[in-house]
Design a protein around this ligand. Structure first.
Ligand code: NAD
Length: 300
């Protein structure tokens, strides 16, 4: 089976790698607008690099995309849809709006193929280990065909409902995690300023009611002030923007999500656009001794 993987960034590089190392006779073809990424991928995994979206997707039965945002998905869709093979399944792992997911699904289905919005959770480490959580929206029959292949790089693959439901589930995930990371930043800052041994405090809390994935995987980095890895402030700000747009259309109030979005704008202004977004800790350190009335935006 010919599999085309488009977008070889921090996530797509590993996703395509797991597909290439699956048992069987899959022919994995990759494309990224950054040519060096294609060359590096071929050196590491031995598949084929294409020189355009068109060359990659022609005759592919499965297409896997990991693109930054709505804009790139729309651009790829314009090139891809006229060439998509009959009954092919396109699995999109980009985090986008539910609106563009539904729009793309409509275009692809008119062309006789299938589109699944399938955003992921688990980060670069999850992609590297082949242990992502994948939340899928779209037609169930197409999901059932794609599920075993997605299993090459996921520990959990779930069908969430019709087109757009994957993106809405990912938005829910982001709503549930943003306040939690800010609370962790506040707690660690409070412990440090109280003179406690922060590492010891974290060990105690990991077995208690405040434990979380963030605490388990990010508390030490936050304590040490190491942010040069992971899911960037820029990408989290993009996700919060998608969430707030959707919430506004639904008439849902998300005050904590909106506030953390503003805090991440502060992190950006501190030079942290590319830092992992747990750098909310750095903002907390900066403002932690300020009075509540001044605990707001950095002057730009
Ligand atoms: P990235 O920016 O590292 O990779 C995106 C890749 O797409 C880049 O290599 C870029 O050159 C390529 N690209 C852009 N336009 C293209 C086009 N027209 N044709 C082919 N390739 C094109 O981003 P990432 O971190 O890999 O994230 C991908 C998606 O997954 C994003 O939507 C992100 O929000 C989501 N995501 C990322 C993480 C993470 O930890 N990085 C975690 C969960 C979800």
């Amino acid at each position: 089976m010919r599999i085309a993987c488009l977008g070889l960034g921090r996530m797509g590089f590993h996703i395509a790698g797991h597909l290439a190392s699956r048992d069987g006779s899959d022919d994995v073809v990759v494309f990224d607008v950054v040519e060096e990424l294609c060359q590096d991928w071929v050196v590491e995994h031995g598949g084929t690099a294409a020189d355009s979206v068109a060359a990659a997707v022609t005759e592919a039965s499965l297409i896997v995309t990991s693109l930054p945002s709505d804009r790139e998905l729309d651009a790829v869709s314009a090139e891809l849809v006229p060439l998509i093979a009959d009954q092919a399944v396109w699995v999109d792992h980009s985090t986008t709006s539910a609106r563009i997911a539904r729009q793309t699904e409509g275009r692809v289905s008119v062309a006789g193929a299938h589109f699944l919005d399938a955003p992921v959770s688990g980060g670069v480490d999850g992609a590297r280990r082949g242990a992502l959580t994948v939340m899928v929206g779209g037609e169930y029959g197409a999901f059932a065909r794609a599920e075993p292949l997605i299993g090459a790089y996921a520990s959990q693959v779930r069908h969430m409902g019709p087109s757009g439901a994957g993106q809405l589930t990912k938005m829910t995930n982001q709503i549930c995690v943003v306040g939690l990371c800010q609370a962790l930043a506040e707690g660690l800052d409070f412990a440090a300023r109280s003179g406690l041994d922060v590492e010891n405090v974290v060990q105690a809390m990991l077995q208690g009611s405040s434990t979380s994935w963030q605490m388990e995987n990010r508390a030490d980095k936050m304590h040490e002030g190491e942010y040069d890895f992971g899911f960037s402030t820029t990408l989290m700000r993009k996700d919060i923007g998608l969430v707030l747009d959707e919430a506004s259309a639904l008439g849902v109030s998300l005050p904590v999500t909106a506030l953390v979005g503003q805090f991440l704008a502060d992190v950006d202004a501190m030079g942290g656009a590319s830092w992992d977004w747990c750098s909310l800790m750095e903002r907390q350190r900066h403002f932690g001794s300020a009075s509540p009335t001044t605990d707001r935006q950095i002057e730009s």
